[in-house]
Write a protein that binds this ligand. Structure first.
Ligand code: MLT
Length: 236
């Protein structure tokens, strides 16, 4: 049977090297939640970019450009990183270039993986189904915060690992076991569990409580974006 591992930070990702594995990149608050929402609302393709200048250069190619640093939208961008910016009337049929503090950095770090999916609580069941079709080892790559551990991505990793273990996937990675234990404690009230966590509070101070609540909702979306030839697509 395939196994599921959890990598708590992009900086640790080289230690998990497995050329045949499916990698799930997660940045619950908020990059991967925004990406999943974008595809559900009709985005055509998305490019995850590391740098601000490179992202802005996509404007000349007709892309919408989205992004933030430390949670705040940057000058020259069409929108920041709120999933609520990806309204169908804004994004349907459009290409989007996105650069964020952590989420897109994690996508770039894992871009050479056999297969890369975008995960969030919003698409967790659709994602799990898609992963089961692959029947390969899975590495959940938590974007974290500037290469440090974060709680919300770990909870998502635990939730996904628990689902996969329920389908027979092996758990031979201590970080997957730890993530599942945290998820078991958190799942009765994830928002309350995260009350004192750092990025939740950063976003709260930016008056983004609605974003947090939305990003912690299970299964609102059905898209499972994946990386193909360097761009994110959703093959419905
Ligand atoms: C990130 O990529 O670091 C986050 O999505 C930051 C944010 O919430 O805007």
């Amino acid at each position: 049977m395939p196994s599921v591992s959890v990598c708590f930070s992009p900086i640790l990702f080289p230690l998990f090297k497995n050329d045949d594995a499916v990698v799930v990149v997660v940045d619950v608050l908020r990059a991967t939640s925004a990406i999943v929402t974008g595809f559900d609302h009709g985005v055509n393709v998305m490019v995850a970019v590391a740098g601000i200048e490179e992202t802005l250069s996509y404007k000349d190619k007709g892309y919408l450009v989205a992004g933030e640093r430390n949670g705040e939208m940057q000058e020259g961008f069409d929108f920041g990183n709120s999933p609520f910016s990806y309204k169908p009337e804004v994004v349907k049929g459009r290409n989007v270039a996105i650069s964020t503090t952590n989420g897109t950095q994690a996508v770039v770090a894992a871009k050479d993986s056999h297969k890369l999916f975008i995960g969030a609580f919003l698409n967790i069941s659709a994602l799990c189904k898609r992963i089961l079709n692959e029947n390969r080892d899975v590495i959940v790559l938590c974007a974290g915060w500037k290469n440090k551990f974060n709680l919300e991505d770990t909870l998502f990793a635990g939730a996904l690992a628990e689902k996969l273990a329920g389908n027979g996937y092996l758990l031979n990675c201590d970080s997957a076991l730890a993530a599942i234990e945290l998820w078991k404690n958190a799942k009765p009230d994830v928002n309350a569990f995260l009350a004192t966590s750092s990025h939740r509070n950063r976003l709260k101070h930016l008056d983004l409580e609605a974003d947090i609540k939305y990003c912690l909702t299970l299964d609102l979306c059905k898209s499972v974006p994946e990386l193909e030839a360097g761009v994110l697509v959703w093959k419905d």
